[in-house]
Design a binder for this molecule. Structure first.
Ligand code: E4P
Length: 225
């Protein structure tokens, strides 16, 4: 299981990596533009510094033609590092670029995936991660769970070195659904992640445990006994 952050906000990233078991981070042009930074590469490098080398960094291209995507991939690799994943939408031009990048040794994350066939084509072309858009599928009346399940079983049967990263989440149940559907990773906005533990029942349980404890030990904690 892998948990990635879907943000480019430096403060949120710092907070989240100190709390959650984060194994990587994804961006897209909308996420980047929210930060309103003209120095794009400086921002990405700052993100890499916080993540360290042990976490994966997935940076999305903006060009839509194969040649443009390849140029951006070269630039991202030059400015960031060789480990970065080039996040590329699975259009016809994108698929062509994914095949070329994979052959040239780039790490590729295929994205904007709404259908099983998009995922299968990207996996065959050499993508290492497939970003499937759960909530956006639901908005289109697509059976998102079915797409996750069929893609996951096709990858498992193929033996390809490729993981599904569930993306586009609006609530925590969507996140747990895709793990149940066979996704190995999810990318989640930090503010959504925080709602997972914002459950008053947790605090109530802890308060009640401590009330019982205090009857015998007063306000002393275990380390003070
Ligand atoms: C991540 O890879 C996707 O770009 C992102 O999760 C899309 O999320 P959205 O549908 O909330 O924009």
């Amino acid at each position: 299981m892998e948990l990635l952050l879907d943000t480019a906000n430096l403060k949120s990233i710092r907070d989240a990596v100190s709390t959650y078991p984060i194994s990587g981070l994804t961006t897209n042009p909308s996420i980047i533009s929210k930060e309103n930074r003209s120095d794009f590469f400086a921002l990405i490098k700052e993100i890499r510094e916080i993540l360290g080398k042990e976490r994966t960094l997935h940076v999305q291209v903006t060009r839509t033609d194969c040649e443009g995507i390849l140029k951006e991939a070269e630039a991202i690799r030059r400015h960031v590092d060789e480990d970065v994943y080039i996040k590329t939408p699975v259009s016809k031009e994108g698929l062509k670029a994914i095949g070329i990048m994979a052959r040239d040794g780039f790490n590729v994350t295929a994205t904007a995936i709404y259908t099983t066939i998009q995922g299968e084509l990207a996996a065959m072309a050499g993508a290492k991660y497939l970003a499937l858009y759960y909530n956006r599928m639901l908005n289109l009346d697509i059976d998102a769970d079915a797409v996750f399940r069929t893609t996951a079983s096709a990858i498992a049967a193929s033996g390809l070195d490729c993981k599904i990263v569930g993306a586009s989440f609006k609530n925590i149940m969507q996140v747990t659904n895709v793990f149940a559907d066979g996704a190995e990773a999810v990318t989640v906005p930090p503010e959504l992640l925080d709602t997972a533990l914002a459950n008053p029942s947790i605090d109530l349980a802890v308060r009640n445990f401590n009330k019982d404890w205090e009857k015998v030990y007063g306000n002393k904690g275990i380390s003070e006994l």
